[in-house]
Design a protein around this ligand. Structure first.
Ligand code: ATP
Ligand code: MG
Length: 505
């Protein structure tokens, strides 16, 4: 049995393949099947004159998502998806598919989410999951080459590493337990044993809000390195992100094309050094008090708003035109085609209208930003709008960072944390920093954060027995997938997303 991705090695030969009927179109005496098998997509042509009447009849009745075994000859055709097509000589039906609920027309997001188990079969979801897979591979390749050891942290934990507000509580036999919101503290212990480690596992946060970048269950990569200060940490993060993006661009061309990802946004990633801004500098940018390349963030936002308004007008004009067109007497096929375009335009307009509403809000929240606060999503968007590569923000007010973040000796109000913000509004993809090594400072922080000291005794041991400077970070897998794929919402970047209000399927 030959997989679609391997068709190119069988040009001119007759082979067998199996898969699902993704789509079908009929001509006179000919049926065009788009077959998918998980490895790729291919057009398979059944022509009446080349097959038995029974086979042709079977081809005519094939419905969407029927599973089939096909045999036929592989022909090169650059115009076709995948570049090769099959001229079918026989069809065997493996599993029928009656009234498949997802068609080619536009569906609402709740409907698609309820049918996530089937929606995964669509081309777009296939492309996203392939890229997710490549990113995972690329992460392992990077760290393994750099001499890191993969270790794993527990999912059941007895302590709340960063306070308990976003924890899922659970029972561990007769004890109270939480699902891990980070593996970091354990990562630190493992780094003291292994030098450089990374964990890669599921993470749980009860984020009680519906945003486009928060899941309740997500995967995080958390490297932790002994003998690393925060500058070394930032160098590592930058190389790491450059590696992932370059690797995906090189190996997922077909997938990125399916997603219609605008690749020009990545053109400088490998070449340019990521800007490193202190928190103080970043705040000035947000408030429009610091220019980048002669421009203030607030001016750029005002320009963006005008651009969005123009785009909305253009799309509305196009919509009107299509609505006029469809009102005339047209063939069913043409009508469906235009209707699809109309639905698509309406969706695009409503997306743009959201941005149109958002920009004035970003502007006012930027103006009112209070020094000392953490950045909200809109603040991150404003900062990254000024650059075309990810931006690192470091040296944060220690009060808004976790208890284990190292205080800067020169500036005691600041902690040596770093966040990496992805462009185009994707926001924070990495949070990390250097870890506190001063036992007394840690003790006072644990008290200040009202954390149960007893649960942290093992962690404090790490400072008593051969403590060394060390740093680490966490990269959210799904946010990275969303950014590279250019998806509107993080929920499409994991097979079965869990977010506020969604537990099924
Ligand atoms: P945010 O402020 O954006 O909610 P955070 O500061 O709480 O994120 P960290 O604790 O620094 O996040 O976690 C490290 C990384 O994990 C983040 O940079 C992000 O990529 C990812 N991450 C955090 N929370 C979520 C979430 N709810 N869903 C998906 N990814 C997340
Ligand atoms: Mg963070």
């Amino acid at each position: 049995m030959i997989q679609i991705k391997d068709f190119k090695g069988f040009e001119g030969q007759t082979i067998e393949t199996q898969g699902w009927v993704m789509n079908k179109r009929s001509g006179k005496g000919i049926e065009f099947i788009i077959l998918r098998d998980g490895s790729g997509f291919a057009q398979c042509i059944v022509s009446e004159e080349n097959v038995s009447p029974a086979t042709f009849d079977r081809a005519k009745r094939l419905s969407q998502e029927t599973s089939v075994k096909l045999s036929g000859k592989i022909i090169k055709d650059d115009k076709q998806i995948g570049g090769y097509e099959m001229h079918v000589d026989d069809i065997e039906i493996i599993g029928e598919s009656v009234d498949y609920p997802i068609s080619n027309k536009e569906h609402g997001i709740e409907f698609l989410m309820d049918n996530r188990h089937l929606w995964l079969r669509s081309k777009r979801q296939w492309a996203i999951l392939k890229i997710r897979n490549r990113i995972i591979l690329s992460i392992h390749n990077f760290f393994q080459k750099e001499g890191f050891i993969q270790t794993d942290s527990p999912i059941f934990t007895g302590n709340a590493a960063e306070g308990s507000t976003t924890l899922f509580s659970s029972k561990y036999y007769d004890q109270d337990a939480y699902l891990a919101q980070t593996g970091q503290l354990y990562g630190e212990a493992m780094a003291m044993a292994m030098g450089k480690i990374y964990t890669f596992g599921p993470t749980f946060r009860a984020e009680k809000s519906k945003t486009r970048r928060h899941l309740s269950e997500f995967w995080m990569i958390e490297p932790e390195m002994a003998f690393f200060d925060n500058d070394m940490n930032m160098d590592l993060i930058e190389n790491f992100i450059k590696h992932i993006v370059t690797d995906v661009l090189e190996n997922c061309k077909e997938e990125l094309e399916i997603l219609e990802r605008n690749l020009s946004v990545f053109k400088n990633i490998a070449k340019l050094r990521f800007p490193r801004l202190t928190y103080d500098e970043a705040v000035k940018i947000i408030k429009g008090e610091k220019t980048i390349n002669g421009k203030k963030s607030t001016d750029i936002l005002i320009e963006d708003l005008a651009e969005v308004k123009a785009q909305i007008n253009n799309k509305k004009a196009e919509l009107q035109e299509k609505e006029k067109e469809i009102a005339g007497g047209l063939k069913k096929g043409v009508k469906n085609f235009i209707q699809n375009k109309i639905d698509q335009l309406k969706n695009e307009i409503s997306d743009l209208e959201i941005v149109e509403k958002n920009i004035p809000q970003w502007l006012s929240s930027a103006e009112n930003f209070r020094y000392g606060n953490d950045f909200g999503g809109s603040d991150e968007t404003v900062i990254t709008r000024m650059f075309d590569v990810p931006v690192m923000v470091y040296n944060w007010p220690h009060e808004i960072k976790a208890f284990y973040m190292k205080r800067d000796k020169a500036m005691p109000e600041m902690a040596k944390g770093v966040d990496v913000l992805a462009p185009e509004g994707y926001g924070e993809i990495v949070g990390g920093g250097e870890r506190e090594t001063d036992l007394n400072l840690l003790l006072s922080k644990i008290e200040e954060h009202k954390l149960p000291l007893k649960e942290f005794e093992w962690y404090l041991d790490l400072r008593k027995y051969g403590s060394v400077p060390h740093s680490g970070f966490g990269l959210g897998l799904e946010r990275t997938v969303a950014w590279i794929c250019g998806t509107q919402h993080i929920r499409e970047t994991i097979p079965f997303p869990r977010y506020y209000g969604r537990l099924h399927p």
